[in-house]
Design a protein around this ligand. Structure first.
Ligand SMILES: NC(=O)c1ccc[n+]([C@@H]2O[C@H](COP(=O)([O-])OP(=O)(O)OC[C@H]3O[C@@H](n4cnc5c(N)ncnc54)[C@H](OP(=O)(O)O)[C@@H]3O)[C@@H](O)[C@H]2O)c1
Length: 286
């Protein structure tokens, strides 16, 4: 299994496991010192791709928390130039809820704030967090294409999309990545053709919630087949879930979340797990 993977056609290579930084900024977030240790452990373990969003925060008064934290950690570690940070725009957090706003005006405002919070002149990968049913997708993606032309972002990504939405976006501008919820217990993006379309079009597929997400990750431990395979390999059920994704294609870049150092340290080891055909067949059926 390849431990370094091309980040689509961006010319950059990334480690096979990225860091999903969301748990470091929600209302269940750890203290800042622990959060910095999680980022340091990821980079110390060889990781070089971090996923964030302007709305990884507590509410609308806290927007940019995760981006500022990542910048602070990378600056402290002297790694600002080495680590690829991908962020997103297109949601809001009124009173701590999650709402979609894919209007060109909001996307521009969000991107310009992310540039400040990440303290950079150009965001390497800027993802539309989700299509907005109130705004034609072509308008949302069109604004991202304008931000790219202006040099504020280098590459455009999509999130929470189906194949039709990906094709619509591709008709407007090149797309580097697609990020959808996807894990061994939730295989929609495999079944509906999104993962295959990404491979065909040279895009990275970034499974979010790759071990089940904020609430459902505990389900891995309840799955007898996963537990059995994990015991056979002498690794955690989390590593099995991540290894299964990595075995599904070199264009797949899982971004496990962590608010504890032990979680990300364990997840990074998934690149060493070689699953047998029988393991994969069993996991495919779940
Ligand atoms: N685009 C979108 O709409 C969207 C939506 C959701 C998430 N995301 C992105 O995807 C990333 C991952 O999703 P997620 O953080 O929601 O869920 P996840 O990666 O499935 O992880 C959920 C939780 O599982 C625990 N965990 C992960 N690996 C572990 C390990 N090896 N051993 C023990 N526990 C482990 C962590 O708990 P602890 O916190 O206790 O360490 C983590 O917070 C997010 O951080 C975010 O960047 C994007």
């Amino acid at each position: 299994m390849k431990k370094q993977r091309p980040l689509g056609n961006s010319g950059k290579n990334v480690t096979a496991i990225g860091l999903g930084a969301m748990p470091l900024s929600l209302n269940t977030r750890p203290d800042e010192a622990t959060a910095m240790q999680v980022i340091a452990a990821f980079i110390g373990g060889g990781g070089n791709f971090i996923d964030t969003a302007n709305v990884y925060c507590i509410n609308d008064n806290d927007v940019g928390h995760n981006e500022r934290l990542i910048h602070k950690a990378l600056a402290k570690l002297g790694k600002l130039d080495e680590i690829i940070v991908a962020t997103k725009g297109g949601l809001t957090r009124p009173k701590g809820g999650w709402e979609t706003d894919g209007s060109p005006k909001w996307l521009r405002k969000s991107c310009e704030k992310s540039l400040k919070d990440l303290n950079t002149e150009c965001i390497f990968l800027y993802q539309l967090h989700a299509p907005d049913s109130k705004v034609p997708l072509m308008e949302s993606v069109g604004e991202l294409a304008r931000l790219k032309l202006e040099g504020k972002i280098k590459h455009i990504g999509l999130s929470n999309v189906n194949t039709q939405e990906i094709r619509t976006a591709l008709s407007v501008t090149p797309i580097l990545s697609v990020q959808n919820r996807c894990n061994v217990l939730e295989k929609k993006s495999f079944k509906n053709g999104v993962v295959d379309l990404c491979a065909k079009e040279g895009m990275v597929f970034i499974p979010h919630s790759p071990v089940g997400g904020h609430y459902d990750h505990v389900k891995l431990k309840d799955s007898k087949p996963i537990k059995k395979i994990a015991d056979k390999h002498g690794v955690s059920v989390y590593q099995i879930a991540l290894a299964w994704l990595l075995h599904k294609g070199d264009h797949i870049l899982p971004i496990p979340g962590a608010s504890k150092v032990s979680s990300i340290t364990d997840s990074l080891k998934a690149v060493n797990v070689i699953l047998g055909r029988d393991d994969i067949a069993l996991l495919d059926q779940l």
